[in-house]
Design a protein around this ligand. Structure first.
Ligand code: ADP
Ligand code: MG
Length: 426
């Protein structure tokens, strides 16, 4: 390591055996882990797709060191990806911490040149997706994630922020263009044609061909992409699926906002709820140790509860924190027209609902047809069974994307999910 403080150190990937020597001088680490870096125990938890994540443990405690690599870890150096995603992850984490205190790991240190973030080690938390595959009903997720969504999305928008600060933030995050490009292509376009990196369970091919020939579906998916690309409404997490949530029975934390970008509020909401619905459709593939009926019912309650909490908190914030330039109180409450503000709120929530459904449908499609699949379905070893779980999920997704303007409420959507999931087990 260079000791020359006048020059920024050039990037060098950390390794288990070099980490103590390279980071031992950092008070943020030593203070938490213990001053004697040689006594640190370092392991790498390589389940991420993109980055290095180390757990550093010592006599005093533990921290996580997350470092970006100049390429996609899952694929290798043939797919370069800029280190600056770490910068955006850092800035997103600090904003989320301010807007939804306690919902994300505490950031202890950031080194831009080394693209590394030192953060609180969440323990004994596990990844929510894994808990759901294991059939665990976590009691707090709908409430905690509904609040996280409403608080981060509302407070990062022109509903709450001073216009100048929001525009500065918009400009800052606009540079996260490579990761945004991944979302634009992998989520909204690739699933709907035979893109090179796509894959799907082979038995689904007839249904996949039908979906890719479905003009209404393609048009609506592109309208959603248009909304994603052109509606820079708020700072999104950008990758809010159940693999970006860590849980215990008592606590829910959101991690990994490296895809953070200004986009439509409904994107984060829809992506997350889609992952609850996919977990629901995948449960039949995880019944080795007994039926999952209770788990299925739980997952529909979580989908509905996340939306209900989001909506209730959004309403509360609308009434108490609407300090931005949109729907200004000078037009409504201050002129003795509180009903006008309520009418506007209902209209905003109505659009959010429809857009959320559309983004959810697209997310379901890309996880079954695109490059990045999810473990809920992937861990179903029996291919025929996996296809029987995935097919109704695809049809459900298609319904959401195409008919989102006609769907009345959660009861209707969950009822439909229940109805078509039965095909899996017929
Ligand atoms: P990537 O961006 O490469 O996907 P993640 O941020 O999702 O990386 O982290 C990869 C894994 O590391 C997570 O699935 C989780 O198991 C673990 N991890 C990440 N951050 C923490 C943390 N703060 N505390 C505990 N474990 C963490
Ligand atoms: Mg990530």
């Amino acid at each position: 390591m260079t000791a020359d403080a006048t020059k920024p150190a050039s990037f060098e990937a950390l390794a288990i055996d070099t980490l103590p020597a390279r980071l031992g001088h950092l008070e943020a680490l030593a203070g938490r882990v213990g001053p004697d870096a040689l006594a640190w125990k370092v392991r790498e938890v390589g389940d991420g797709n993109l980055n290095l994540v180390f757990i550093v443990e010592g006599p005093k405690g533990a921290v996580v060191v997350k470092q970006a690599l100049p390429y996609v870890r899952l694929v290798g150096e043939s797919w370069p990806l800029p280190l600056k995603r770490s910068f955006f992850e850092y800035h997103a984490l600090t904003r989320q911490q301010a807007r939804a205190p306690g919902a994300v790991p505490q950031v202890l240190h950031f080194d831009e040149a080394q693209a590394l973030i030192v953060m609180e080690y969440l323990s004994p938390h596990v990844i929510l997706r894994k808990a759901l595959i294991d059939g665990r009903e976590l009691p707090r997720v709908a409430q905690d994630l509904g609040l996280f969504l409403a608080r981060t999305l509302f407070r990062g928008s022109d509903l709450a922020m001073p216009a100048r600060a929001r525009k500065a933030d918009l400009a800052l995050f606009a540079d996260n263009v490579e990761l945004c490009d991944i979302t634009e292509n992998l989520v909204f376009t690739d699933p709907y044609f035979e893109a090179e990196l796509n894959r799907h369970t082979p038995r689904l091919s007839p249904l996949v061909a039908e979906l890719r020939a479905d003009r209404d579906l393609k048009v609506e998916a592109q309208r959603l992409k248009h909304l994603f690309a052109a509606n820079a409404e708020t700072l999104l997490h950008g990758d809010l699926h159940t693999g970006s949530v860590m849980v215990t029975e008592q606590e829910t934390r959101v991690i990994d906002p490296e895809f953070a970008f200004y986009g439509p509020m409904a994107f984060d909401v829809g992506m997350l709820i889609a992952n609850f619905w996919m977990s629901f459709f995948s449960q039949a593939g995880h019944e080795e140790n007994g039926p999952r009926d209770a788990m299925r019912a739980y997952l529909l309650r979580v989908a509905a509860g996340t939306w209900a909490t989001f909506r209730a908190e959004f309403r509360r914030l609308w009434r108490t924190e609407r300090t931005g330039m949109l729907y200004a109180g000078s037009l409504f409450e201050n002129r003795g027209d509180p009903l006008g503000a309520e009418q506007a709120l209902d209209a905003v929530l109505h659009s959010l609902w429809q857009d959320m459904l559309g983004f959810a449908g697209v997310e379901i499609h890309r996880r079954i047809l695109g490059l990045a699949h999810n473990a809920d379905f992937e861990t179903i070893g029996d291919e025929a069974l996996r296809a029987r779980c995935e097919a109704p999920a695809l049809r459900f997704g298609r319904h959401l994307v195409v008919n989102r303007h006609r769907i009345q409420g959660m009861e209707e959507v969950n009822g439909l999910a229940l109805l078509i999931e039965k095909e899996t087990r017929a």
